[in-house]
Write a protein that binds this ligand. Sequence first.
Ligand code: 5RP
Length: 218
Amino acid sequence: MNQDELKALVGQAALQYVKPDTVIGVGTGSTVDKFIDALAASGIKIAGAVSSSVRSTERMRALGIAVLEASEVPALGVYIDGADEIDPQGHMIKGGGAALTREKIVADLAQTFVCIADASKQVPVLGKFPLPVEVIPMAAAQIARRFAELGGQAKLREGVVTDNGGLILDVHGLSITDPVAFERDINQWPGVVCVGVFARNKAQVCLLGTPTGVQQLQ
Ligand code: 5RP
């Protein structure tokens, strides 16, 4: 099975967490695209979805899935999203698709975060994948200097402006051994909108696509 097929496999497997007539949270990315397609094809009728990006909103609406504003929904049972890296405890790096801020907001509304990923995303320690950080434009250079003090090399993602009007720094060379403390500390830096470590609110369930089938981590 190639990577695309593994993504389709976990996208399909995530349907078991979708309860009919409820509102669900939906993340962003190529794996989530597979989930959206599987949901539309499944015939499961949901009350709607809160979306984490313009990309996912457009895909869902095109397939007839109702999209609701986060402000209309007090809570969600489940949030389904991909990851760029996931460690054995369910801490993740996310933001490869630049949607990390809205992803963290929608994930925070949900009782259960279900991460769907192909097995290549599993790592012992977070940091090999360049860490996405959404920043206010005027703070980008200062934040890059602060990452350099931690041994990271921050590179501006050229040509990308987020759905919120922010910029993305991709930080190379980090080894994030305490993701909870790291997320908390970087979030304090002025100008940081969102750091792409999802540790305080990590995945409770991770469905990993492997050549022998879907493995559940938690
Ligand atoms: C978008 C994300 C994605 O979930 C992450 O980049 C994984 O994407 P893909 O499923 O395409 O590999 O965090 O901001």
